[in-house]
Design a protein around this ligand. Structure first.
Ligand code: PLP
Length: 406
């Protein structure tokens, strides 16, 4: 071994790359290599940022907002966030309780860095967004994964939460609507979880509400602080502009929580990224203060695509799924395909193998459920054109007819 060989830090030893980002990269690479690919991995709206928001960002640049801002975010943006939390969530926050980051992901990461000591535990209901356990590991914590099967609506029950909590538990991560299942926690669900949490004062709640506007069938988004307000002194709300306003590339997210935690997250920002991009913060202020029609339109569009995708997927032999109540993903069981063999004689034993078969035979890229902590499932994003949904489902059905049942 050469002496100048790069050695990765030991804290990265157990960390996996993001499965959804890797699947998307695979789809892009295959397309670049000339294959016709239908990409169901997409974790972002497929339409551009609304024009009035782009205009605000452009005007900010032209007006000279091209410098560092306060590390916790500009005052106008933090005020816009406070206004949003009051207006949409009936929650009151002060400026000192808000921090802006370069995406919600940045705030989640920094919250773990700011709070976890080696061996501290974080309760993560599975299926989970792929990044939570990895961010916990990077920061020396221990992910305590709690299985939440389809029969429980992919949601953590009060009993399962109670059983997972130990004296070392620092956080419960709640994500409603959920990526990858679309599960939405109702007021009753949250009240019941809140009762458990009130018995364990050492446990903080990280509530990731980034898909809050994508809830279908007339249901409403509820935050655990609406049902259990006494948890306010140990709750961090995570949200961002990426999904609701089609602003993934602008990288603006935020946290709302107790001042001491917000201060610690801000300290990390001062010593890492300094601040979120100045013009993006101006665009985000406009997004939150301006007309919300674009959000309602996006939700309506996603709802019709969801219905179309579920109708077609559930008609395919070997795939089963229900209508997800939120987000923009269908988490479909492929248990019916396990054990079947491909024309080359290979038996499909895992959802990863099913995902690879779909790439090879149908040109359809999905993300395997194993990466989200529950198998055998695949995540299909419907943040893509209706014509792609139709083409993809036809291609999948055709590929499946080539499989032999055991
Ligand atoms: N939280 C969840 C559940 C997500 O699915 C994502 C992105 O896929 C994020 C947070 C990160 O969002 P942002 O773009 O604001 O970093």
């Amino acid at each position: 071994m050469s002496t100048n060989m790069f050695v990765v830090a030991s804290r990265l030893g157990k960390v996996k790359p993001s499965a959804s980002i890797a699947a998307k990269a695979k789809a892009d690479a295959l397309r670049a290599a000339g294959r016709t690919i239908i990409d169901f991995t997409v974790g972002e709206p497929d339409f551009p940022t609304p024009a009035h928001i782009v205009e605000a960002g452009t005007q900010a640049l032209l007006a000279g907002h091209t410098r560092y801002t306060a590390s916790a975010g500009t005052i106008p943006l933090r005020k816009a966030i406070i206004g949003k939390l009051q207006r949409e969530n009936a929650l009151s926050y002060e400026i000192s309780e808000i921090v802006v980051g370069s995406g919600a992901k940045h705030i989640i990461f920094n919250a773990f860095t700011a709070s976890l000591n080696t061996g501290d535990e974080v309760v993560i209901p599975a299926p989970y967004w792929v990044s939570y356990p990895e961010m916990v590991l990077i920061n020396g914590g221990v992910p305590k994964i709690v299985d939440c099967p389809a029969e429980k609506g992919f949601k953590i029950t009060p009993d399962a939460l109670e059983a997972a909590i130990t004296p070392r538990t620092r956080w419960l991560v709640l994500n409603s609507p959920n990526n990858p299942t679309g599960a939405v926690y109702s007021e009753d669900d949250l009240r019941a979880l809140g009762e458990v949490l009130l018995r364990h004062p050492q446990v903080w709640v990280m509530t990731d509400e980034i898909y809050e506007h994508f809830i279908y069938g007339g249901a409403n988004h509820v935050c655990i602080l609406n049902t259990t307000p006494t948890l306010r002194s140990r709750t961090l709300i995570i949200n961002g502009l990426s999904k609701a306003f089609a602003m993934t590339g602008w990288r603006i997210g935020y946290g709302a929580g107790p001042t001491e935690l917000i201060k610690a997250i801000t300290l990390l920002i001062t010593q890492s990224t300094t601040c979120a991009t100045s013009a993006a913060q101006a665009a985000a202020s406009e997004a939150l203060n301006g007309s919300q029609d674009c959000v309602a339109e996006a939700a309506k569009l996603f709802e019709s695509r969801r219905d179309r995708m579920v109708q077609q997927l559930s008609a395919i032999d070997g795939i089963s799924c229900d209508l997800p109540p939120g987000a923009f993903y269908v988490f479909a069981s492929v248990a019916g395909l396990i054990g079947r063999s491909t024309p080359d004689g290979n038996i499909l034993n895992t959802d990863q193998e099913v995902a690879n078969f779909f790439i090879e035979k149908a040109g359809v890229v999905t993300v395997d459920g194993t990466s989200y902590g529950l198998s055998p499932y695949l995540r299909f994003s419907f943040a893509t054109a209706t014509s792609e949904i139709d083409r993809g489902c036809v291609a999948l059905a055709a590929a499946i007819t080539e499989l032999h049942k055991p």
